[in-house]
Design a protein around this ligand. Structure first.
Ligand SMILES: NC(=O)c1ccc[n+]([C@@H]2O[C@H](COP(=O)([O-])OP(=O)(O)OC[C@H]3O[C@@H](n4cnc5c(N)ncnc54)[C@H](OP(=O)(O)O)[C@@H]3O)[C@@H](O)[C@H]2O)c1
Length: 310
């Protein structure tokens, strides 16, 4: 089976398509034919040798990226598992989704309602759980509150806009002007071009900032939060700086690392099945073209999600 791997940290050209052994199947696992794998900024950061992801794999190269997958079950281990061959499954994995076939723990995969298209499911697990946990577990968003979401047109942001509206919040979204109609169509109440500093400064104070850009953007956006407000900064590499800027203004601030949660995956899939949540898939690449997908995600202007096709 074909697999996209890196043998050393570096640029997108490090991604090489190789012929790999079929991994063995343990009793509590299932073998999945990958139909789609999500491409996320963490994949590119880890490939480049940055952050916690690279620290975790630096001694076990070669490594295949990919932390979310949708596929068809080929084989199940001997232990009782809710899946049968032929079922559709999706979920978060610990790397290796850039593979035609992968072996995953049964309890980390969720079945898919028939109404959820394959590609939407592939883009839902990582961005969806991040958005949901950022809004609720870390952000404690309440109905009637105002929330500011940066990178609102991106993978996490476009789901966060819809989920925040569903929670009854007033959503202020930051996006470049070419994405304004898209973000309004997702339900944002106010959309502001982040290139227009005066317009950003004029935003009425918000209760919660969901910072999806980090760095100087996150540090400056804390000024738009009410004195008693909260900040959740999602990019981990710059979290300390954004938290320090928020705390200097007396705000409650936290970073986060999304966790796999099967109940949340089921809730997100149900929302898609019922038409309450839409996953925008802007482009699908063949597995062999993973380097091109990495160039695109690194450019930082993806609308919705990028996927690889198995
Ligand atoms: N901690 C965790 O557990 C966790 C989980 C998931 C993601 N993350 C991190 O969260 C961040 C967002 O992830 P993602 O998948 O949503 O990224 P993404 O899809 O690559 O985000 C792309 C979006 O960013 C917007 N953008 C770029 N620069 C901006 C700026 N200065 N201000 C406002 N928007 C800007 C772009 O908007 P325009 O095209 O309109 O310019 C584009 O729509 C990444 O750093 C990722 O690594 C962390």
């Amino acid at each position: 089976m074909k697999q996209l791997v890196i043998s050393a940290f570096g640029g997108p050209e490090q991604l090489t398509l190789v012929e790999a052994e079929h991994p063995p199947l343990a009793a509590n696992q299932l073998r999945l034919k990958m139909l789609y794998a999500g491409v996320n900024p963490i994949d590119a950061k880890t490939r480049a040798g940055l952050g916690w992801g690279a620290q975790a794999i630096k001694d076990s190269l070669p490594w295949s990226p990919g932390f979310e997958v949708m596929g068809e079950v080929l084989e199940v281990g001997s232990e009782v598992c809710r899946f049968l061959p032929g079922d559709r499954a999706f979920g978060l994995v610990r790397g290796g989704a850039y593979s035609e076939e992968l072996v995953v723990n049964c309890d980390e995969m969720m079945p898919l309602p028939d109404e959820v298209p394959d590609d939407m499911a592939a883009g839902l697990a990582l961005a969806g759980t991040t958005a949901w946990q950022g809004l609720t577990r870390h952000g404690a968003l309440q109905a009637g509150e105002r929330i500011l979401i940066s990178a609102a047109a991106g993978g996490v942001g476009h789901l966060a806009v819809q989920l925040a509206r569903g929670l009854g919040a007033t959503v202020v979204a930051l996006a470049s002007s070419g994405n304004h109609d898209f973000v309004k169509g997702l339900g944002a109440d106010e959309v502001v071009d982040y290139h227009d500093e005066a317009a950003v400064a004029a935003i009425e104070p918000v209760d919660l900032l969901l910072d999806l850009v980090g760095g100087t953007s996150g540090e400056s956006l804390v000024s738009q939060v009410k004195p008693s407000g909260r900040v959740v900064t999602v990019p981990t590499i710059t979290a300390d700086k954004v938290i320090a800027a928020a705390k200097a203004r007396g705000l409650n601030a936290t970073g986060m690392l999304k966790e796999s949660d099967s109940e949340q995956l089921a809730m997100l899939a149900k929302a898609v099945a019922e038409g309450r949540l839409r996953v925008e898939v802007s482009q699908v690449f063949d597995l062999a073209d993973g380097a091109e997908a990495h160039r695109q995600i690194e450019a930082g202007h993806t609308r919705g999600k990028l996927l690889l096709r198995g």
